[in-house]
Design a protein around this ligand. Structure first.
Ligand SMILES: NC(=O)c1ccc[n+]([C@@H]2O[C@H](COP(=O)([O-])OP(=O)(O)OC[C@H]3O[C@@H](n4cnc5c(N)ncnc54)[C@H](OP(=O)(O)O)[C@@H]3O)[C@@H](O)[C@H]2O)c1
Length: 286
């Protein structure tokens, strides 16, 4: 079986299983002919996705998963060029298409340049995942101005800049997803400013979903529980981490791929009807 990509003109061998999976996630843009056991699939318009903060953690797992789903992907990072390049290499090694672009999401001009780079490479955008984020924990009385301000800059302002650009550029029928956190419900001590910056994502998604009415673009927030990345584990003792595991009915930390799977589902055809919601993906911790 062969797959012809009209953007690159490349022909790849594909399995019947991959053909079926591609048809499930991209029915509107695919034409498949099956004759006498041979199948040909043609991409009339390649779908593309931009994932902020995808050099590692949840973002990297999401970029790789969306690439496997057939999206051409922009991998964004702020400082870890080598990690982002590694994600691109992994995607390419699996016959996917990806570029990496440095941009600090807290800078609105950098966000515009990020989207411009994506458009130049892929000619349009269907999915934006506003994932870049940071976490600084301290009780109110000890929280430093600089840590508080950086969280507002990256998590709240940064995600707003990304979602604003997404609202301007995502093609009809697309998806916009932003990362909240189940901490908006858990509300544990030391998490106040971080949780507030994540709660903003739930409002952003709900309001933007309404603003984009008539364009069949679904906008949602995803609220992971505790996920095995340095954002969560850094600065915590084994005992503290285990405390969260014990509070999770599934009795383990989430893995980045757990969240990428949910994002993939929202980005597929079957996810379209979920719109303006916060999807809690947390193994039951809340
Ligand atoms: N891990 C959890 O338990 C958990 C739970 C709930 C929600 N979340 C949310 O999920 C998202 C991803 O978290 P994670 O755990 O995967 O984090 P992570 O492993 O620390 O990765 C953070 C990613 O964001 C990028 N980044 C940081 N600041 C940026 C900026 N100013 N501009 C552009 N990119 C920036 C980093 O790039 P560099 O590599 O270049 O630094 C990296 O790719 C965050 O929004 C977080 O709040 C995480």
């Amino acid at each position: 079986m062969s797959e012809k990509d009209t953007l690159t003109g490349q022909t790849h061998l594909i399995s019947r299983r991959r053909l079926l999976a591609a048809a499930l996630v991209t029915p509107a843009v695919l034409r498949a002919t099956v004759a006498g056991g041979a199948a040909q699939i043609q991409t009339s318009k390649s779908r593309t996705a931009l994932v902020t903060g995808s050099s590692r953690g949840i973002g990297a797992a999401t970029a790789k998963r969306l690439a496997r789903d057939g999206f051409a992907v922009t991998v964004n990072y702020v400082q870890n060029h080598a990690l982002a390049a590694g994600v691109v290499r992994e995607i390419e090694a699996a016959d996917g298409r990806a570029i990496s672009v440095q941009a600090d999401v807290s800078d609105p001009r950098a966000v515009r340049r990020l989207f411009d780079a994506h458009d130049s490479a892929f000619g349009g955008i269907d999915v934006v995942v506003s994932n870049a984020g940071i976490m600084r924990l301290a009780p109110f009385r000890e929280m430093l101005d600089a840590d508080f301000e950086r969280m507002v800059d990256v998590n709240q302002k940064g995600s707003f800049y990304v979602m604003r650009e997404a609202a301007r550029r995502v093609r009809d029928g697309g998806r916009i997803i932003t990362l909240s956190s189940s901490i908006t419900q858990l509300r544990s001590p030391t998490y106040g400013p971080y949780a507030a910056s994540k709660a903003a994502q739930e409002i952003f998604a709900n309001v933007l979903a309404k603003e984009l009415e008539g364009r069949h673009i679904s906008v949602n927030a995803i609220a992971p529980g505790v996920v095995n990345t340095t954002l969560f584990t850094d600065g915590k003792t084994h005992q503290q981490i285990d405390g969260f595991v014990q509070r999770t009915p599934h009795k383990r930390l989430g893995e980045p791929s757990d969240i990428a799977d949910v994002i993939s589902a929202l980005c597929g055809r079957d996810g379209a009807w979920i719109n303006g919601q916060t999807v809690f993906a947390n193994g039951g911790i809340v």
